[in-house]
Ligand binder design. Structure first.
Ligand code: AMP
Length: 282
């Protein structure tokens, strides 16, 4: 089992990238914040099918956390992560520190619009997509991959990144990957380790309520009525709900019925102090 090259400086990254592409090999990038679980690994496997060489970045990006959020306590397990990526045959791990990504005096912002202002995550985490946009733009410019894989777990983020890569001619094809769940339906997330035993038992309610609500909508129930019932189910399980919405699956614009186009249901809520998000096709 060959260990991946681990680059922690820009010069090491550029050297490793030049090595990887000596024979014109294509590159796929999987951007992550580490604390890897099977959801991340499914992205790595998709990356292997999409390109000759696979690069995984591990960087907990301070710019996408608000001061009151969990940047400090976000799980960091880089050693274990690299061992898992070695098993998967990953070629290169890009693991810069904060100073490398944001050197003293860093003063550039990207302000994504369109899907980034749909009124979902952006309403509750107004700093979030600006932080995602700048770090993803930097990662794509640093690694210059042919394709980059993003999970549908972060559905709005996938749409924001796809739009940005196109708008800025970043030269990378953005590929979405299916959301991976635990056996009981809870979407896998690095943040699931924050859940107490009671919260963990209640957490699959998010998925179950969405499935139930989608079933009612597909059976012809009015969207607004079905969503209200879904919101009540989620609140009853102990969630402090941020949103449960059905949107156009591509633009994330509000829709009044399933006739208005392909639809996606998206949810976010807090249980205890942990904020969870999830989504399904309707
Ligand atoms: P993160 O480390 O949370 O920033 O996630 C890195 C990438 O993995 C993002 O593209 C996520 O959408 C994706 N991801 C996280 N959890 C899952 C999951 N359960 N299924 C599929 N992709 C995921």
């Amino acid at each position: 089992m060959a260990r991946p090259v681990v680059a922690r400086t820009l010069s090491a990254l550029h050297r490793a990238r030049a090595d990887l592409t000596k024979r014109n090999a294509t590159i796929a990038l999987v951007p992550t914040m580490g604390a890897l679980h099977d959801g991340h690994i499914s992205l790595v496997r998709l990356a292997r099918r999409r390109a000759k060489k696979v690069v995984v970045s591990i960087f907990v990006n301070p710019q996408q956390f608000a001061p009151h959020e969990d940047f400090g306590s976000y799980p960091r397990t880089v050693k274990e992560d690299i061992a898992r990526l070695a098993v998967e045959g990953v070629d290169l791990v890009w693991n810069p520190d904060v100073k490398t990504m944001y050197p003293e005096g860093f003063a550039t912002a990207i302000v994504p619009e369109g899907p980034a202002t749909a009124g979902l995550e952006d309403r509750f985490r107004p700093h979030f997509f600006g932080g995602v946009a700048i770090v993803v733009a930097k990662l794509l410019l640093q690694v210059r991959p042919d394709v980059a894989i993003f999970g549908e777990k972060d559905y709005q983020q996938l749409k924001v990144v796809t739009r940005m890569a196109r708008d800025l001619d970043l030269g990378t094809k953005i590929v979405g990957a299916p959301l991976i769940r635990e056996r009981d339906g809870l979407a896998m997330s690095s943040r699931n380790v924050y859940l107490s035993a009671d919260e963990r038992r209640a957490a699959p309610t998010l998925f179950r309520s969405m499935k139930e609500t989608a079933k009612r909508i597909r059976a012809g129930e009015d969207l607004a009525t079905a969503l209200d019932a879904g919101r009540a189910l989620i609140a009853r399980a102990g969630f402090d709900l941020d949103y449960l919405e059905v949107r156009h699956a591509e633009t994330l614009a509000p829709i009044a019925s399933l006739k208005d186009g392909p639809a996606r249901m998206l949810v976010a809520g807090r249980i205890g102090s942990t904020r969870l998000i999830d989504n399904i096709r309707v």
